[in-house]
Design a protein around this ligand. Structure first.
Ligand code: COA
Length: 334
């Protein structure tokens, strides 16, 4: 039995097209100041026509494989977290599988929205530690831009979201004290699902999408921003401390904190609440906006490449999102 799973490669991909706050002011009644002050976001990346989620996921996967010095044939399983499936049926991971030419290894789409990467990480870790698979490719991948209302009506949601993909390659490790996933805790509270959701299309309706639904904008995401904010700043510290406690670590032991990139103010609030010094928190929402399930693996890929994260360091990852879902993971980097 493998004692733990550890990250042997990370990768990311964002579209080349940069959408600035100034660009958004041309389509809706907003201002650069409002967006920057309320969210911290300066720009985000949106796909070009013809670009697909699986294109971004493929690039991120190749980058993770290259960093690990491995090839597609070395992967035993693909877990892809997303809330913006390339096609509702069958999802995104199968198109990534096709793009990677991944033989017949299993692939799974996982739905846990902005906490999706942590849910997928927990499952990959469990699959590896129970000897089901030796190497699992875990991704978060989102294309929000094609589903946003760029008129003033949708401004509270639309200014936040960006497109992107991030990947980590996990491998079995027998080293008891070596680098790896030390623990992951995830939670959900379905009674708040309608506070942050996209109502249509829905398989509870027949037909699933009507002209009336489109007219009423029910195919665009809805968010009760203040309610989400309030829950995020409560649940994130809670689950972060729970995960540290479960792994026998203290806040002061952690070298780097990576929070979900939903709103810079949420992350500042969480850091302040836990008295975490600003230099221990890394954010990139300023450049990418909120890429939901892709946010944490993109941030991790950047941290590992920029030198912000060094071998032997402890890194804590925490997220909150639609569902509601939330979770935290503690990793020893190496
Ligand atoms: N530009 C300009 N004004 C805007 C705007 C925009 N893009 N979006 C909303 N406003 C306006 C509102 O219409 C409202 O105007 P009013 O006071 O005249 O009614 C005012 O700004 C305040 O709106 P409110 O929604 O209360 O703002 P807020 O301070 O809560 O900030 C968010 C909005 C979305 C930035 C904030 O609620 C948030 O970040 N929530 C959590 C988001 C999140 O974590 N999402 C999770 C995704 S996983």
């Amino acid at each position: 039995m493998a004692l733990r799973s550890h990250v042997i490669g990370t990768g990311m991909c964002v579209p080349d097209r940069v959408v600035t706050n100034a660009d958004l002011t041309r389509w809706m009644d907003t201002s650069e100041e409002w967006i920057e002050q309320r969210t911290g976001i300066l720009e985000r990346r949106w796909i070009e026509p013809g670009q697909r989620p699986s294109d971004l996921a493929r690039e991120a996967s190749h980058a993770a494989l290259a960093q690990a010095g491995l090839e597609v044939g070395d992967i035993d399983c693909i877990l892809l977290a997303t809330l913006s499936a390339e096609h509702d049926f069958p999802g995104t991971s199968f198109f990534l599988h096709e793009a990677l030419d991944a033989g017949n290894v299993p692939c799974i789409d996982l739905r846990a929205q902005c906490s999706g990467f942590l849910y997928a990480l927990q499952m990959a870790d469990a699959l590896i530690r129970s000897d089901v698979h030796r190497r699992v490719l875990v991704l978060g991948c989102e294309v929000h831009s094609t589903g946003l209302d760029v008129s003033t009506e949708g401004r509270d949601v639309t200014v936040i979201f960006g497109d992107g993909a991030g990947a980590v390659l996990l491998e079995a490790s027998d080293e008891a004290d070596g680098p790896g996933v030390l623990g992951v805790r995830v939670h959900a509270e379905g009674k708040h699902a309608r506070r942050l959701w996209t109502e249509a299309p829905s398989s509870a309706a027949s037909p699933r999408l009507t002209a009336e639904m489109i007219e009423k904008g029910r195919h665009f995401p809805f968010m009760d921003g203040r309610f989400v904010f309030k829950h995020a700043v409560t649940r994130m510290p809670e689950v972060l401390l729970e995960t540290l406690d479960a792994t026998g670590h203290a806040l002061a032991d952690v070298d780097l904190f990576l929070f979900h990139q939903a709103n810079l103010r949420i992350n500042e609030f969480v850091a302040q609440k836990l008295e975490i010094p600003a230099e221990k928190v890394l954010n990139n929402i300023q450049r990418y906006g909120n890429c939901s399930a892709a946010a944490l693996p993109i941030l991790l890929a950047e941290a590992s490449r920029s030198g912000a994260l060094e071998p032997g360091q402890l890194v804590s990852l925490t997220a909150f999102g639609s569902g509601f879902t939330w979770g935290s993971a503690l990793l020893r980097w190496g």
